[in-house]
Ligand binder design. Structure first.
Ligand SMILES: Cc1cc2nc3c(=O)[nH]c(=O)nc-3n(C[C@H](O)[C@H](O)[C@H](O)COP(=O)(O)OP(=O)(O)OC[C@H]3O[C@@H](n4cnc5c(N)ncnc54)[C@H](O)[C@@H]3O)c2cc1C
Length: 466
C-alpha cells in the first residue's frame, strides 16, 4: 500500500474495493505493464482485524467504522425507513456478510441474455466461471437445529440436495465463503480470494472517497477525491456497489435516464424461534450464524438461522426470501447526499402471493414433529388467513442486502440501459461500472456469486483490451 501523489497518473483507476473491485484489480494483474490504482473509501488492510475474520456475521457487523450509515431503505410503502447496511472497507460486503455462496440458477443468466440482450451472459457462457466461484466455498457440519429443520423438511416431502449445484431444489448444507480449516471456520473474504498476493502492478489506497469523475466528451480523464486530490487515468472502473456507483455517476453529472431505476432486492421475512436444547458447544461469536437452508422451489429460499446475534444463544430464526421478485423500485438521493432505496417490494400481486406461500411453508414446517420437538416458541402471524399473513409480512418485511439493478446492463435500444454487456457506460469510451448495480435482475440465490462472475469476466475483458 502506498500514498498517491496529488498529480499522479494511472492507466486504470478502480473506485471501490468490494468483491467486484478486488476481482477487477486481480484480473488487471494479467497486464503487469499497466499501472492500476484501487481507491476504497474505508480502511484498506490486506489483513483485516480479528472481527472481520470471524465466521460470524454479527461479530463482523459489530466491528466499528466499517459501514457507511448514509443509506436507508423503505421496503414497501407501508414500512418505516430503516438503515440499509453498506460495507465501507476493503473487501466491501464480503467483509461483513453472511458468506452464503449459492449459485444463481441457469434461468437467471438466460434471462439476462434473452430479456436484457446480454447474450454474453447466458448460462452457457458463465457456467464454468460460476462453478469455479462456488467451488471455492466450504460447508460446515450441521448442528442440532439444522438437523431438526432438515427432518421437518423431509416430513414435508422435500429431499436433501447439494445446494452448490445451480438450480438444485431441496435442503442441505450451504456453501459458505470460509477458509479451509473445518475445525476453526474463518471468513474468507474477497481480499483473501483475489489479492493474496496482490498483483505487482496494483496500488491500493484506503480512506479515499471518490467525489466525482472528471470527463469531457465521451472520455473520462480521471477522478477527484473528497480532499480535493485529482488523479488522472486512461480508464476508470466504478465498483462502488449498488448505491455507490449510481451516486458517483450522478455526482459527476452523468444523468442517463436509467440510473437509479431497476432496483431489485430479495423480499424476506424471518420467523423468530427459540430453539430447545440447541447447545452445539461453540461460542456463538465464532460460529457461522447460518449453515443450512433449502430451495423450496424455483423462487423461495429458506435459511435456518442458528442464532440472531443476541446474547441469548437459543434465539434463532427461520428466514424465507422471494428470490425471483417481479417488483422493481428506485434509488433516490436527497440534497444532503443521504440515499434512500425504495425497492417497492411486493408491489406486484404475484410477489405478494408467493411471499404468503413462503410464510405458510415455514408455519407448516414449525408444525412438523421434528420442529415441535426442537422449537420451544416462535412468533408469526395469528392465523393462516391471507389478510393476517399479508399484514404480518408487511410488518416484518426486510431485504437480504442483495440490491441489484441501479446501473442496469441492457441493449442499446432500451433507454434504461446504463451499461452495455461489456459493462461500459453508455456514451463513454473509457468508463465502466462493474458491480452488483449492473445486474439486470436479482439472481435466485445470494448475490455475491453473480457479482464475482460479472467482475471476473468483465475484468478479464478489460485486461485483454488494455
Ligand atoms: C449484512 C449483509 C449480509 C449479506 N449476506 C450475503 C450472503 O450471505 N451471501 C451473498 O452472496 N451476499 C450477501 N450479501 C450481499 C453481498 O455482500 C453484496 O452483493 C456484494 O458485496 C456486492 O459487491 P459489490 O462489489 O457490488 O459492492 P460492495 O460490496 O458494496 O462494495 C463497494 C465498495 O465500494 C466502496 N465505495 C463506495 N463508494 C465509494 C467512493 N465514492 N469512493 C471510494 N470507495 C467507494 C465501498 O466502501 C465498498 O467497500 C450481504 C450483504 C450485507 C450487507
Amino acid at each position: 500500500m502506498s500514498g498517491v501523489p496529488r498529480t499522479d497518473h494511472f492507466d486504470t483507476v478502480i473506485v471501490g474495493g468490494g468483491p467486484a473491485g478486488v476481482a477487477v484489480a486481480a484480473a488487471l494483474g494479467a497486464q503487469p505493464s499497466q499501472r492500476v490504482l484501487l481507491l476504497e473509501a474505508g480502511p484498506a488492510e490486506l489483513v483485516p482485524p480479528g472481527g472481520l475474520r470471524s465466521a460470524n456475521l454479527f461479530t463482523a457487523l459489530a466491528v466499528p467504522d466499517r459501514q457507511w450509515h448514509t443509506t436507508t431503505v423503505r421496503h414497501h410503502r407501508d414500512c418505516p425507513e430503516t438503515e440499509y447496511v453498506r460495507a465501507r472497507t476493503l473487501g466491501g460486503g464480503s467483509a461483513i456478510n453472511a458468506m452464503v455462496c449459492l449459485p444463481a440458477a441457469p434461468a437467471d443468466f438466460d434471462e439476462w441474455a434473452n430479456t436484457y440482450g446480454a447474450t454474453e451472459w447466458s448460462y452457457a457462457h458463465i457456467r464454468y466461471h460460476q462453478e469455479a466461484v462456488v467451488g471455492r466455498a466450504h460447508t460446515v457440519p450441521l448442528g442440532r437445529g439444522d438437523n431438526a429443520v432438515a427432518d421437518g423438511l423431509r416430513e414435508l416431502g422435500l429431499h436433501p440436495t447439494d445446494l452448490a449445484v445451480a438450480g438444485a431444489v431441496g435442503f442441505g448444507a450451504l456453501p459458505l465463503s470460509l477458509g479451509d480449516s473445518p475445525d476453526h471456520p474463518m471468513r474468507r473474504g474477497a481480499v483473501d480470494t483475489y489479492l493474496r498476493p496482490p498483483p505487482s502492478n496494483l496500488t491500493v489506497r484506503g480512506h479515499a472517497v471518490v467525489q466525482r469523475l472528471n470527463w469531457t466528451g465521451n472520455m473520462v480523464t480521471g477522478v477527484e477525491l473528497d480532499d480535493g486530490a485529482v488523479i488522472s487515468a486512461d480508464c476508470v472502473v466504478s465498483c462502488a456497489g449498488v448505491v455507490g456507483s449510481p451516486l458517483l455517476l450522478w455526482r459527476s453529472h452523468i444523468d442517463l435516464p436509467g440510473i437509479g431505476l431497476g432496483l431489485q432486492d430479495h423480499p424476506g421475512v424471518s420467523i423468530a424461534v427459540r430453539w430447545r436444547n440447541i447447545d452445539d458447544g461453540e461460542p456463538a461469536g465464532n460460529q457461522p450464524a447460518i449453515v443450512s437452508g433449502a430451495r423450496l422451489d424455483g423462487d423461495l429460499l429458506l435459511l435456518a438461522i442458528k442464532h440472531t446475534g443476541q446474547s441469548d444463544k437459543s434465539l434463532g430464526a427461520l428466514g424465507i426470501a422471494l428470490t425471483r421478485p417481479s417488483s422493481r423500485g428506485v434509488l433516490r438521493v436527497q440534497p444532503n447526499g443521504h440515499s434512500v432505496l425504495e425497492p417497492q417490494m411486493l408491489a406486484s400481486p404475484p410477489d405478494r402471493i408467493r411471499m404468503r406461500a413462503g410464510v405458510r411453508h415455514i408455519l407448516e414446517l414449525l408444525r412438523t414433529s421434528a420442529l415441535r420437538d426442537s422449537v420451544a416458541d416462535f412468533n408469526g402471524p395469528d392465523t393462516l388467513g391471507d389478510d393476517d399473513i399479508d399484514r404480518w409480512v408487511v410488518q416484518h418485511l426486510g431485504d437480504w442486502y442483495h440490491g441489484t439493478g441501479t446501473c442496469r446492463m441492457g441493449p442499446p435500444d432500451d433507454q434504461h440501459t446504463v451499461v452495455d454487456q461489456t459493462c461500459r457506460v453508455r456514451g463513454f469510451d473509457n468508463l465502466y461500472v462493474i458491480d452488483a448495480s449492473v445486474m439486470p435482475t436479482c439472481t435466485a440465490a445470494t448475490t455475491a456469486v453473480a457479482v464475482s462472475v460479472v467482475a471476473e469476466r468483465a475484468g478479464a475483458w478489460l485486461a485483454h483490451s488494455a
